[in-house]
Design a protein around this ligand. Sequence first.
Ligand code: NAD
Length: 493
Amino acid sequence: MTQAVESVRNYVAGKWQDSAASEHTRVWNPATGEQLGTVPVSPASEVDAAVQAAAKALPGWRRVPAGDRVDFLFRLRDSLKKNFEDLARTVTIECGKTLAESRGELQRAIENVEVACGTPSLIQGYNSEDIASGIDEIMIRQPVGVCAIIAPFNFPAMIPFWFLPYAIACGNTVVLKPSERVPLTMQKVFALLDAIGLPPGVVNMVNGGRATVEALLDHPGVRAVSFVGSSAAARLVYSRAAATGKRVQCQGGAKNPVVILPDADFVTASDIVADSAFGCAGQRCLAASVAIAVGDAANPFTEAIAQRAASRVTGFGLDDGVQMGPVIAPDSKARVEALVAKAVSSGASLVVDGRNPNIPNYASGSFVRPTVLKDLPFASEITRTEIFGPVLSVHHVNTIDDAIAFVNSGEYGNMACLFTSNGSSARKFRYEAEVGNVGINVGVAAPMAFFPFSGSRGSFFGDLHAQGRDAIEFFTQEKVAVERWPKDWSRKF
Ligand code: NAD
């Protein structure tokens, strides 16, 4: 059945609006190649209207007690649960991941709403009595103002929720810009936000790409920017937003190594690494893409991972039994396959070749099957570049120190994992790996909503991360008051 093509709309001041943009981009189902929608590249004037609406709503919203603000989040949580399957299917249709993966991401989104429901406690400040005779000092947390949220394509439901529930629970108002490649999930989420009765202007959404983001970054009315995307864009967003005095948090790209020690259980390790490298078609910022086998681990691990790569069922994520979907678009498929071809021409051996697969009934989909390479130098492009596809290169070193030296030598610092049965090796790795998220016998070390989603070096720009207490700190301005209330004003101070 052919899907109707949807015109994506903006949501400003509590109303749906058709953009007057002169330029539009298209949304595709990456498995079938069918067009799903058109997205406006909202111009600066529409960004301005959204920021103005958010600014207008701010004074009233910040005065709503935190306990009443989170009432809206309790309603939102119920509504997300009621609409769970519809939202999960939308994620699969526009983003390509399997239905189980979409359900998983939606569950993570809901968990962030639940953590933000604790804002009345989390937002508390602290105080000291008698810092000098008769003088008290208190620290209170106040909202920052209008906050912009800019999201990537690979988690259309979850990533906006790393920020939005915390921002509004802390008394801020929001302008969200979803990824122009997967805007349909947020069309549905905003319909739910609309129905929970938030005051107009508390949440707003503008659609578009780079130009729309730049209008947000340059807008003097935006006080804070939360960004998730590639490191190249994260760097630009960080410096441009900071140049106008905004507070900024930018989560960037990744190149995640997993290290397998000879004392690891290879069956478990290869199952877990296969899920990390090939799950979501490798399009996770926590996807393993370099496996470093230490000592005698090399042969058994390579054999086990090759078997799992070759047997992974690839297809349209809504079909039963499918374990991996397509990459997001034809240009991504071409990029991934070109990187593999380049590696092979520079001497790599193809253990499993997933290029140009035949996926019955989905000839127009952007499919790349799991691919495993070996015999590559550490300095090669595919070992250093974020691939964002289901490709794993396997390397061999002699010691855990060699492996950690490789982990710490890359540009990125999002995640690194170790597989071992030795506690002392695990501790050494956790201590020495210069990354934001560490996994021990875990292949996707995704922090729960009550922990920061960390990242370091070229994977993160800023100081406070997404989720949990970091989000509360990011979305509040600390104010310190020093107070004297003498009984006797005639006394000399
Ligand atoms: P992207 O950088 O192309 O786009 C992200 C967002 O930024 C989109 O909304 C896009 O419209 C906008 N954008 C793109 N280029 C821009 C520019 N030059 N200036 C301003 N805005 C710009 O990223 P993507 O392809 O949508 O997402 C995949 C990337 O996101 C990967 O690199 C992945 O590792 C990263 N990611 C990181 C995390 C993390 O927590 N570190 C999480 C998810 C995804």
